[in-house]
Design a protein around this ligand. Structure first.
Ligand SMILES: [Zn+2]
Length: 199
């Protein structure tokens, strides 16, 4: 096998959902079966790498300083759903059940994996809270020990001790140990509707 093809296959194999066989199929597809697709793909990858960054406000993916959700006047900017990662946000958006905005903390507290508060996106949440325009924080973190510890840290160390927003948590019917990512849209909608006070 030519070294370039081998390298392409090695890189593809590292992508989620692609094992050795799938990586080989994709590489051969792009180089042998449909080489005319390659320039557009290369261009899209370069364009995305250049222009996609984190929203300065919420941590979602954005092409400008703010993401489309933070820039959307039709969304309720006073209700903020805190999620671990962008795919969680995507799952909630797909459910169509939520009209507020988000805050993506990019992980959860995990001392075993060396993730402390300083690795998570709390600074911009503090800034949003200080600006005083948040009425409700919805915690949509996974219902495992690390998610629980992160919720506790948020309420005790990030949110103001008094006079802060209402804090609620979803979680009903979500897969045990999993987050919103693996829940179907109907489950997510009922989990959001049935959120309850967290303290
Ligand atoms: Zn945003």
């Amino acid at each position: 096998m030519p070294p370039s093809l081998e390298r392409l296959q090695q890189l593809l194999k590292q992508l989620p959902g692609l094992g050795y066989r799938s990586a080989e199929r994709v590489a051969l597809h792009l180089l042998v079966e449909k080489p005319e697709r390659l320039p557009a793909l290369v261009d899209a990858l370069q364009q995305a790498a250049r222009s996609v960054r984190r929203c300065e406000r919420c941590g979602n993916l954005a092409e400008g300083e703010r993401c489309e959700i933070c820039s959307d006047a039709k969304r309720d900017q006073g209700v903020v759903c805190v999620v671990e990662n962008v795919p969680d946000l995507v799952a909630l958006e797909r459910s169509g059940a939520y009209r507020g905005v988000y805050h993506v903390i990019h992980g959860k507290l995990s001392p075993i994996h060396g993730v402390g508060p300083e690795q998570l996106n709390f600074a911009s949440l503090r800034a949003r809270l200080a600006a005083g325009d948040i009425r409700e924080i919805i915690l949509a973190l996974s219902n495992d020990v690390e998610g629980e510890a992160t919720c506790h840290y948020l309420t005790s160390e990030v949110l103001p001790p008094t006079g802060g927003p209402t804090v609620t948590r979803i979680g009903f019917g979500l897969p045990s140990g999993g987050g919103v990512l693996y829940a179907d849209p109907v489950t997510l909608k009922s989990a959001l509707d049935a959120r309850r006070s967290y303290s």
